[in-house]
Design a protein around this ligand. Structure first.
Ligand code: FAD
Length: 239
């Protein structure tokens, strides 16, 4: 399939840009405040205990990605069933800038050309816990997948390799919205699509925080579906 409107962003520039934009809007960003647990007065969430002290707030959103379930909660039913799914990637030097100008996907790998002459090869899907190492198997798989598509890559220099941890869930769908503890919200489990979904999820969560009402479009993604045992891998919640 040829997808002329397919776009990609430079993710390493995106987060600093987001931070700058937030600060310009007056958002107070505290770095290094690792959250240990959610604080509650028994009736509702009242804030977070962090390694830098306590922060109090009327509403708390757990958006800690694959670490969301590591944050202490007053009741185990509030812990999102989210876990890390490792993705290994590498960057090689494009033979020429004209070699490839569009994203190419195959069942075995995908290739993303950048404007600075790098070509990204991605990505593995591995449930190996909180382990961000690159492995022989992973890198081999990516290189073989890319060479199957483009044998001309064989002499390209490898520039960099790395791995990231995606926030996965049992049915591979996000875990969003209110919980049984008033004031404690979840925005996690976005798995392979966290960048793609970020704008719509941010707007939707902001609606929920300001109105107190769960927008219809996210109600199927509540944490409650796991308690009802309606969860099947790949099945859209509520469908
Ligand atoms: C190789 C690879 C390729 C990918 N490609 C794509 C793609 O093409 N398109 C796409 O849309 N998505 C892609 N993804 C998925 C995307 O990266 C994730 O879905 C997204 O980063 C998840 O965003 P998040 O904000 O939920 O979690 P994260 O980005 O993991 O952010 C969670 C944050 O919470 C912080 N945190 C954790 N614990 C605590 C704590 N206790 N206290 C305070 N802070 C804490 C962490 O430090 C981190 O900054 C890819 C992922 C990988 C690994």
């Amino acid at each position: 399939m040829y997808l002329p409107n397919d776009r990609h962003v430079e993710n390493r520039l995106l987060v600093p840009a987001l931070e700058q934009s937030c600060r310009q809007l007056g958002v107070n960003i505290v770095c290094g405040a690792h959250v240990i647990r959610v604080l509650s007065d028994g009736a509702r969430a009242t804030g977070a205990e962090t390694i830098l002290g306590q922060y109090h707030a009327g509403t708390l959103v757990n958006a800690a990605g694959c670490w969301s379930a590591t944050i202490g909660v007053p009741d185990e039913a509030l812990r999102p069933p989210v876990f890390p799914v490792r993705g290994q990637m590498l960057a090689i030097s494009l033979p020429t800038q004209e070699f490839l100008s569009r994203v190419v996907r195959s069942p075995r790998s995908y290739l993303v050309p950048r404007h600075d002459g790098r070509l990204f090869l991605g990505a593995t899907m591995e449930e190996v816990g909180f382990d961000k190492r690159n492995t022989v198997w992973g890198i081999n798989k990516l290189l073989n997948g890319a060479q199957e598509l483009f044998p001309g890559l064989r002499d390209c220099a490898i520039q960099e390799m790395w791995a990231g941890l995606r926030p996965g869930s049992k049915d591979h769908y996000p875990v969003l919205g209110a919980t049984v503890l008033p004031g404690y919200l979840l925005a996690t489990g976005v798995f392979r699509n966290g960048l793609l979904l970020a704008p719509v999820l941010a707007a939707t969560m902001a609606d929920l925080v300001t109105s107190g009402q769960t927008p219809e479009r996210i109600s199927p993604f509540s944490i409650e579906r796991f308690a009802r045992d309606e969860v099947v891998a790949g099945k859209i919640p509520g469908a």
